[in-house]
Design a protein around this ligand. Structure first.
Ligand SMILES: [Fe+2]
Length: 299
């Protein structure tokens, strides 16, 4: 049973970070208050039809918190065409520059270029591989709340899709970002463990440490690069779900540095610009172990 202290409770051991499935909290009492509405600069902000549709799909996330059951979305042809556009645009870049694990995982999850995948089907496969779970959410929540849910092997995920007028762009997470960016990597055991540890850390963190964890999240889960096949490949969701970001990450404008945790957690960045520096991890296990060391200093 979830209590009010869910997000402020402290895990007491990092060594034993794998919580038993029966001890994972239910979703009915997710204590979220400040979920961000559609941002004003959103391309759909002035389109009443889009707003109504987004509100309807956001309503399904609210319903999820009452029932604990994810509802499939009956996506329209216009929404499907946005997915197909982004998929087609990214296809070649993915084949060349996405991490081999990601490519395999995407296939195993049944994510195709033809149609928007449903959270229910991906959630089932995640459960079978790493025990991660998807929880629909209607917008952005604050860093501490978002990261803390990773501690319970839960990834908060939007279900609506960006506006059709600019299929290559979204100022907020959407189903393209979640399914094409984030979800496949959560079937990797080391990556899933790492994410869960970041969640544990968020429950322990001071406000200053939350900022550090936000940077760690940004330069790994969102914009991370990994050594693979004698080359550098992308595993971060912000890269994998954006043609522009992906192209930029492998251009001469970016310095691709060896990952150093101390440096990353202190590396300030600007959300509104493309990153001039990105970090390359040798393996996901390395990332997990470096993070474990860091979190142990917090306990
Ligand atoms: Fe993201």
């Amino acid at each position: 049973m979830v209590t009010d202290t869910l997000l402020t409770s402290k895990p007491d051991s990092i060594a034993n970070f794998r919580i038993e499935t029966e001890d994972l909290p239910e979703f009915e009492d997710m204590p979220f208050e400040d979920i961000e509405e559609l941002p004003l600069e959103h391309p759909g902000a002035k389109d009443p039809v889009y707003r109504e549709r987004r509100d309807y799909i956001a309503g399904l996330a609210k319903k999820f918190r009452e029932t604990g059951v994810i509802t499939d979305v009956d996506y329209t042809e216009e929404e499907q065409s946005v997915w197909r556009f982004v998929s087609a645009e990214l296809e070649e870049l993915h084949q060349q520059k996405a991490s081999p694990f990601y490519l395999k995982a995407k296939k195993n999850l049944g994510i195709s270029n033809d149609r928007i995948p449903q959270l229910t089907e991906m959630n089932k496969k995640l459960g079978e591989t790493t025990g991660f779970r998807l929880a629909p959410i209607e917008g952005l929540v604050d860093t501490r709340a978002f990261l803390s849910w990773l501690s319970w092997r839960t990834m908060l995920s939007t279900q609506y899709i960006r506006h059709h007028s600019r299929p290559g762009y979204t100022p907020e997470p959407d189903i393209v970002h979640e399914a094409m960016g984030h979800i496949p990597m959560f079937t990797n055991q080391a990556f899933a463990d790492y994410s869960q540890m970041v969640g544990h850390a968020a429950r322990l963190a001071t406000d200053e440490q939350i900022d550090q964890l936000g940077r760690l999240y940004w330069f790994t889960i969102e914009f991370g690069l990994v050594e693979a096949e004698g080359d550098i490949k992308a595993y971060g969701a912000g890269l994998l779900s954006s043609f522009k970001e992906m192209k930029h990450a492998f251009s001469d404008e970016v310095e691709r540095r060896e990952f150093n945790l101390e440096e990353v957690i202190n590396h300030d960045f600007d959300y509104s610009h493309m990153q001039p520096i990105l970090y390359v991890v040798p393996t996901y296990d390395f990332l997990k172990e470096e993070t474990r060391r860091y979190i142990e200093t917090m306990m």
